[in-house]
Design a protein around this ligand. Sequence first.
Ligand code: F6R
Length: 237
Amino acid sequence: MNIIVVKNAEQGAKEAFALFEKAHQNGAKVFGLATGGTPVSLYGLIRESALSFEDCVSINLDEYVGLSKDNAHSYDAYMREHLFNAKPFKQSFLPDGLASEETEVARYERVLQENPIDFQLLGLGTNAHIGFNEPGTPFTQRTHKVALTQATITANKRYFEKEEDVPRYAYSMGLQSIMDAKEIVLMAYGEKKANAIFDMIEGPVTEDVPASILQTHGNVTVIIDEAAAALLSSENQ
Ligand code: F6R
């Protein structure tokens, strides 16, 4: 893993933008995208840039089950607000939160097979999830329906009026689907991510720590701030 430690999230967004731009210049056409708080500043830089995605495809990691794309809390709405309204892609795929599990899992895997991801962006859960692949998810898992853990519901309730409103299930690309990407960039900021970052980078590769699978991928860059890097041994800081 290539590890870049920055002062703060703003610097991290600049580093991530440089990698995004380089991949785009080198001909990447399929971008795997994440939602959540972490990539917001990166999407801001992309919106302000001259990059065009009109001949590119985007594939998002996940979507809440039960939310329509018009629901303000859906990841579809998030993506339109933070990126797609300003920078449309030729085609953008997100799981359909209203579709049945059987239909959606098959459709999304077809999308991934027809559009192999060149550049995958990831955030990191406080429990080291990537996408919504919670601890215990098999490394061989492909797109699936996930029951969110209490840790994830607690972390995500800030986006909803109250905790009861947070959906209990999501559709997510699996760990194997993520590992198929040619290049992966993971960003994580803040003290609350420090344990997950330590386990991901310096702990054993285990299904108890979903992100630890990234140790076995040949092209991963991890962009973290000093607070998230705090528990790493000195050679990784
Ligand atoms: C979002 C996603 C999640 C988030 C993670 C971190 O599409 O797949 O894995 O990246 O939960 O969320 P934030 O960035 O809000 O801390």
